[in-house]
Ligand binder design. Structure first.
Ligand code: PLP
Length: 429
């Protein structure tokens, strides 16, 4: 049995200097209770904590570690690059190569701007959509997360849902009133909003496969329906691919689901674990971005050489190995099939939502298709599963509102061990 002695001591100490002891809320284990595990290092599919315990990792740094931790080519590239200084505040060839590579992988992206996080990518994309259309309002979906910028913190999924926060202090009513929300997968609700606010809606922003209320799949025709509405009403369609970009396919959900957005945002995988985001899309929109156009956006460290070489190296690996995506899909499907069977056998109502290398367990008798159905899941049972697995050396994301992220470093044996440990946990659920 793990004692987590050093993690406990560090968490105590951390709380005197860092709000809640962590630099991003979901890490605090608040929804599952207990002490967050402090990590010493990670390799491949494994995390090693400060007490020397090893865990099979299903967080993958919330996505970036798609090929596993300490991935040799990425680590080597960062080390070499660092010799030439860590930032210049002036352009580099590497930024051009990165932009060209992203354009090659996502053919409907004409121009792309690098930023430092998914939050920045989404707030910038929305600014472009507003500037371009001259409209203020936008539609987002309940349970979708687009970073922590003010206007997105309305029905914003996992982070806020985990903590039961409804309205976020500090977000003004003036800002919130331009954020319209609809249930995920509900085209009728979108049509109604569009009619009610005719010619006032700049953008619809959506996670093409939702990952911030747990993994929730787009229903057949949902994304195509949004595309159609946007075309008819001259609304900018923004795919937030911060989770799905380069994860579901080299060209992200756009490629996998064969639907083109007008603007797309990236984060997570694109930086291979360094702080990177990007937004890009159609020329007519992106040529409005400063200094080419009049919509201001900037960043002192944007396109940072260490961040760029990390992302460029990882994306190049992914581009050169399309089979990795098949392997990830197989691993996801394998887990889904076996988890479904395990819970069925144990007579525990569970929905396993899976798309490629994203997966969630909802302890729910009904299908989970939106935030409302997600929130009807038995989160206390998820907590018991979480701790049952943690003490057996499997680290899930510490909230039932989060997607698991598979890395291709997970071996068949890792998957089977995980399933075996779920089995051992069943009687505790
Ligand atoms: C993680 C995430 C963001 C925010 O990215 P940060 O890098 O944490 O700012 C935005 N959108 C989606 C879909 C995400 O999953």
């Amino acid at each position: 049995m793990y004692e987590y002695t050093s993690s406990k001591r560090l968490f105590e100490r951390a709380q005197s200097s860092i709000p809640g002891g962590v630099n991003s809320p979901v890490r605090a284990f608040k929804s599952v209770g207990g002490t967050p595990i402090f990590i010493e290092k990670a390799k491949g599919a494994y995390l090693f904590d400060v007490d020397g315990q090893k865990y099979i990792d299903f967080i993958a740094s919330w996505g970036p570690m798609i090929l596993g931790h300490s991935y040799e080519p990425v680590i080597r590239a960062i080390q070499q690059k660092a010799e030439n200084s860590t930032s210049f505040g002036a352009p580099t060839e590497l930024e051009v190569q990165m932009a060209e590579l992203i354009k090659e992988l996502t053919p409907n992206v004409d121009l792309i701007r690098m930023v430092n996080s998914g939050t920045e990518a989404c707030m910038s994309a929305l600014r472009v959509a507003r500037g371009y259309t001259g409209r203020n309002k936008f539609i987002k979906f309940e349970g979708c997360y687009h970073g922590h910028a003010d206007m997105f913190l309305v029905k914003a999924g996992s982070g806020v849902a985990t903590f039961g926060i409804q309205e976020v202090p500090g977000v003004t009513a003036g800002t919130a009133q331009d954020t319209l929300t609809a249930p995920y997968n509900d085209l009728e609700a979108v049509r109604t909003l569009v009619q009610t606010h005719k010619d006032q809606i700049a953008a619809i922003i959506v996670e093409p496969v939702a990952g911030n209320m747990g993994c929730v799949l787009p229903a057949a025709g949902f994304l195509a329906g949004l595309r159609e509405i946007c075309d008819q009403e001259k609304i900018v369609l923004i795919f937030d691919e911060v989770m799905t970009g380069f994860r579901l396919a080299p060209g992200g959900a756009q490629q996998k689901l064969a639907i083109d957005a007008d603007l797309v945002t990236y984060g997570k995988v694109i930086g291979a674990g360094l702080p990177v985001g990007a937004f890009g899309g159609k020329k007519e929109l992106m040529e409005r971005v400063a200094p080419l156009g009049d919509i201001y956006q900037a960043g002192t460290l944007s396109g940072n050489p260490l961040a760029m070489i990390a992302g460029y190296t990882l994306l190049t690996e992914l581009k050169n190995h399309p089979e990795y995506y098949q392997q990830l899909e197989q691993k996801g499907a394998y887990l889904k099939d076996h988890l479904t069977a395990l819970f069925k056998e144990a007579d525990i109502p569970a929905q396993i939502n899976q798309f490629g290398s994203m997966l969630s367990i909802f302890f729910n008798a009904e299908p989970v298709t939106d935030f409302l159905s997600a929130s009807k899941s038995d989160m206390a049972r998820f907590t018991r599963l979480f701790h049952g697995l943690l003490k057996r050396g499997v680290h899930l994301p510490p909230s039932g509102y989060e997607s698991w992220f598979l890395s291709n470093a997970l071996s068949q044996s890792d998957l089977d061990q995980t399933l075996e440990k779920v089995k051992q946990t069943l009687q505790e659920l």
